[in-house]
Design a protein around this ligand. Structure first.
Ligand SMILES: [Zn+2]
Ligand SMILES: [Zn+2]
Length: 181
C-alpha cells in the first residue's frame, strides 16, 4: 500500500528533521495559502520575501514552491520571522509576521517537541499577525548572458562583471585586482 506523504512529512523530508522552526514556516505557508488561495507556484507567479535564514524558510520553499534558484524567494535577512507572500497576477500580497508571544510566552520548560506540536496545532491567527499589503513585486528573474572573465576564464553573468583594462572580469578577480594582484 502506498500512502502519500502529508505536506508536513514532505517538508520534514526536505528539511532533514522536524523542528519548531520548520513548523513555523509551515504555518506561515498555510497562512499565505489561506490569504491568497491556491498558491503552489508553477511559473514564478508567487513571490516570497523572507526576512530570516532559519529552518522555517525550507517549509516556505517546499509548500509554496518559492525557491532561491527560481528567484522567486527573496532574502531580506532582518533576523525577523516575517514573510511577505504575493502573486504577480494582481500584485496581491500578504505580510505574515510572527507574534512575539508565540515563541516566548509558553514558558521555559517547554521541550522542542512540545513547542513544535503547539505550533502545528495552533490556528494561524494565533501565531501570526497577518495583513494585506501592497508592494511592488519584483519582476521575473531575468536571464543574463554570461561573459568570460579575462583573468580566471570562468563565466560570469553580465550584470556582475566588472571592467578591467577594457576587458570583463568576475567580481572575485576584480577584488584581487583592486588589492593589487
Ligand atoms: Zn530545523
Ligand atoms: Zn575571474
Amino acid at each position: 500500500m502506498c500512502m502519500e506523504k502529508t505536506p508536513w512529512e514532505q517538508a520534514v523530508d526536505f528539511h532533514g528533521h522536524a523542528c519548531p522552526g520548520l513548523a513555523l514556516g509551515f504555518k506561515a505557508a498555510e497562512a499565505a495559502i489561506r490569504a491568497l488561495g491556491q498558491v503552489r507556484d508553477t511559473d514564478e507567479e508567487i513571490i516570497a520575501i523572507v526576512e530570516n535564514d532559519s529552518c522555517a524558510v525550507d517549509a516556505i520553499q517546499l509548500i509554496l514552491g518559492c525557491t532561491a534558484g527560481k528567484g522567486n524567494m527573496i532574502f531580506r535577512n532582518n533576523g525577523k520571522q516575517v514573510y511577505t507572500v504575493g502573486r504577480r497576477k494582481d500584485d496581491k500580497a500578504v505580510r505574515i509576521s510572527l507574534k512575539y508571544e508565540t515563541m516566548s510566552a509558553a514558558g521555559t520548560d517547554e521541550t522542542r517537541e512540545e513547542k513544535m506540536s503547539r505550533i502545528l496545532n495552533a490556528g494561524v491567527d494565533e501565531l501570526f499577525d497577518i495583513k494585506e499589503v501592497s508592494i511592488d513585486l519584483p519582476r521575473k528573474a531575468a536571464v543574463f548572458k554570461s561573459l568570460k572573465c579575462a583573468r580566471c576564464g570562468e563565466g560570469v553573468m553580465e550584470p556582475k562583471a566588472r571592467i578591467r583594462d577594457g576587458e570583463p572580469v568576475c567580481p572575485d578577480c576584480f577584488e584581487d585586482y583592486t588589492r593589487g594582484w
